[in-house]
Design a binder for this molecule. Structure first.
Ligand code: SF4
Ligand code: SF4
Length: 322
């Protein structure tokens, strides 16, 4: 899935679905001043998050926002998820938690439906959503789609310009009462999923522009200013038992490890759910600038108004992310 679409325009299926109107984004859009937080405001911060269901991916897009092509194989395990979610429920029994299951690619996590069932059992009225790249959906039988239906999970597929036969899985999904929502990546080329080669140069797929987050390896950005201006910090992410206020923070270690780059991730940049004693600790965490943003120049397309980028497979070059 592509995370940029969380925030902007109609290409943003999460906003389109009404899920990610988080408090922080609301405040961003309305001239938020973090020095003037009211108690009742803090109360409404942590209500939704994305779950890093898998850290790697079976597609490997160039510029992937969560560095999945660079990540080692890793899943969020049911036992860890269950423990952390129960803790959140205990800390905030009256809050609904809206959760989007992302990756990497969420459907490669063998425990995905167990995670959904756990989330639904804790929050019967919340919004649950999966964002998939669609690559292996034809492998799933009725049982999988029944679980999606029974947990009342919205199923979104980002349609990349690759030769996947959507009809193969759409039929089984529909038979089990699941409608698939598509978010389409704009492209004038069609690629082969296996060889990664262009198989049609005159292809036309209209949709949202591909984009990339640009890292500043020198760490010279003003992170306090970015806190006031960056809308992406509303994409609160659960990964490794921690809460991060941005997907870059949650996944940047994969970039550092792969390219042997040192970017310090300090204890100010995340909060460990197991150590939280009061839900306000998470609320407050989400309302303060994070030093890790020094290493981010934000998004090429949305924050700089840069030219649209072309989607393609990653060549594992550092320039894809810098
Ligand atoms: S590689 Fe592509 S499909 Fe996979 S997580 Fe990244 S953007 Fe999504
Ligand atoms: S500045 Fe970059 S790292 Fe910080 S919240 Fe925005 S997108 Fe995330």
């Amino acid at each position: 899935m592509k995370r940029r679409d969380f925030i902007y325009g109609l290409s943003c299926f999460l906003l389109g679905a009404g899920l990610y109107k988080t408090y922080s984004l609301y405040k961003y859009n309305n001239g938020y001043n973090h020095n003037n937080i009211q108690e009742e405001d803090i109360e409404c911060v942590f209500r939704e998050f994305t779950c890093a269901t898998s850290f790697h991916c079976n597609l490997n897009c160039r510029n992937c926002d969560c560095y999945a092509p660079l990540a080692k194989k890793r899943y969020t395990l049911y036992k860890d998820f269950a423990k952390d979610m129960e803790k959140i429920k205990k800390l905030a029994p009256d809050r609904n938690m809206n959760i989007s299951f992302l990756g990497g690619e969420p459907t490669i996590n063998p425990e995905l439906t167990k995670l959904l069932k756990k989330a639904r059992s804790l929050w019967p009225d919340s919004s649950l959503m999966i964002l998939s790249n669609g690559v292996i959906l034809d492998k799933f039988k009725d049982d999988f789609w029944k679980d999606i239906k029974e947990t009342n999970t919205d199923f979104h597929v980002t349609k990349y310009p690759i030769n996947i036969d959507n009809k193969k899985y759409e039929e089984i999904a529909l038979r089990n009462g699941v409608n698939i929502f598509y978010d389409i990546v704009k492209s004038n080329k069609l690629y082969d999923l296996n060889t990664h080669k262009v198989i049609d140069n005159n292809y036309h797929q209209d949709g949202f522009d591909w984009s990339k987050n640009i890292l500043d390896l020198k760490g010279e950005q003003d992170y306090k200013k970015l806190f006031d201006t960056c809308p992406h910090r509303s994409i609160v992410t659960y990964a490794r038992g921690n809460i991060y206020y941005c997907y870059v923070h949650a996944h940047i270690q994969a970039f550092c490890d792969y390219f042997k780059v040192k970017i310090p991730i300090t204890k100010r940049d995340y909060i460990k759910i197991a150590n939280v004693k009061d839900i306000k600790e998470i609320d407050e965490f989400l309302t303060t600038p994070k030093p890790l943003c020094r290493f981010c120049k934000q998004c090429h397309n949305t924050c700089y108004g840069g030219d649209p980028l072309e989607w393609g497979f990653s060549e594992y070059k550092i320039s894809e992310w810098t």
